[in-house]
Design a protein around this ligand. Structure first.
Ligand code: F6R
Length: 373
């Protein structure tokens, strides 16, 4: 079943172009997103939505964090994101016309499911019919799909490795479809913009293939981590949640302590950690925030930190510094960039885990489906 792959995680990383194709199938045309793919009730519900509240755990939570940036920036809809275990134990104030989006690969995560039940209860008790829910899951007929008003499946196929890879990627694809559908129904998105997003999603399998071609280069870089116990990931904008996701993956499968920070927070504490032994991984696409990020990287360099930079082919961070650079990718847009750069981090974490000799598919103390809190 593993074929040429040593681990399921590796196999699943390489299945991502196909997983994206399968997830888009029948849901998108050349230049449009099909709102009806969200089900018969969707159009009516989407019309009345005034804010989005995303609830999830772990990697699925990171997909939600990326979405917050997209929602507010691209269609101007207020969006908050919260981990399920926090949401369920506070007394949230929920406004009418809130769309709750529950994200879960397994559809069985105890906290996420309990949060959904709480939302359904709140709606009843407060008589707020405008509160609605959408579950984004990879497993059909899972508990989370049964109890939500709408369900949307990621067609990632079975994910065996405990670390989530292709399910994260396909969650982001579905969230981009959601964003576009909401924007369309509420007339917050021009036809041109919709067509650009649809085009970008269609290019995505190829962009992922191109990212996967960097495997050897990334494997060489992973040697740097052979004797490391700590690492720091930096990003700005949507690359901040991608940095968080990289740090989570590194912790999970290589047992290296990793943290992620929005690069602008560096001076507010973590800069104290930087010395010649600290690897710092920066995610640096060519976007509006690149100049800001570069000055953060200069601060790291001045303290001797070991930099690994994932940058655009057209960028020049490498010419200014002695950092290790992966000339990652080019022609990525607002939606495709976080998805594409994350692929590079998956490869890095996987190869670091190989060097560390850990059980990549079954990391200690973790379960694929967290059905107890
Ligand atoms: C990380 C990972 C976990 C899950 C989390 C939520 O690689 O796999 O953090 O993302 O346990 O699981 P689901 O998405 O099934 O609700």
């Amino acid at each position: 079943e593993l074929g040429e792959h040593r681990h399921y995680m590796h196999k699943e990383i390489f299945e991502q172009p196909q997983a994206v194709i399968d997830t888009l199938e029948g849901r998108i045309t050349q230049d449009q997103v099909l709102v009806s793919s969200f089900g018969p009730k969707a159009e009516q519900i989407f019309k009345t939505v005034e804010q989005i509240h995303i609830i999830a755990c772990g990697t699925s939570y990171h997909a939600g964090m990326v979405t917050k940036y997209w929602m507010e920036d691209i269609i101007g809809l207020p969006c908050q994101v919260e981990v399920a275990s926090e949401f369920r134990y506070r007394n949230p104030v929920i406004l009418d016309n809130t769309l709750f989006v529950m994200i879960s690969q397994s559809g069985e995560t105890a906290d996420t499911l309990a949060a959904l039940h709480q939302i359904n209860h709140y709606r009843k008790v407060h008589d707020l019919d405008g509160i609605t829910s959408l579950s984004i899951c990879n497993v059909a007929e899972s508990s989370l799909t049964r109890d939500a008003d709408m369900t949307y499946l990621t067609h990632a196929g079975p994910e065996i490795g405990v670390a989530s890879t292709k399910s994260f990627t396909t969650q982001l694809v579905v969230l981009a479809l959601l964003l576009t559908s909401l924007g369309k129904v509420q007339k917050r998105l021009s036809k041109e913009r919709e067509s650009m997003i649809a085009g970008g999603l269609q290019k995505l399998p190829n962009l992922i293939r191109m990212a996967l071609e960097h495997e050897e280069e990334i494997r060489d870089i992973s040697q740097l981590f052979a004797d490391k116990q700590h690492a720091l990931f930096l990003g700005r904008g949507t690359m901040f949640p991608i940095a968080l996701e990289g740090a989570l993956k590194l912790k999970e499968i290589s047992y290296i302590h990793a943290e992620a920070y929005p690069a602008g927070e560096l001076k507010h504490g973590p800069l104290a950690l930087i010395d010649e032994t600290m690897p710092v991984i920066a995610i640096a696409p060519l976007d509006d925030l690149l100049e800001k990020l570069k000055s953060n990287l200069q601060e790291v360099k001045a303290r001797g930190g070991q930099m690994i930079v994932f940058e655009d082919e057209r960028s020049d961070i490498s010419s200014e510094t002695s950092f290790k650079v992966v000339k990652a990718t080019t022609n990525v847009g607002r939606i495709t960039a976080p998805i594409t750069y994350n692929i590079l981090l998956q490869l890095l974490c996987y190869h670091v885990a190989l060097i560390k000799g850990t059980d990549v598919d079954q990391p200690r103390n973790l379960a694929k489906s967290v059905t107890v809190e």
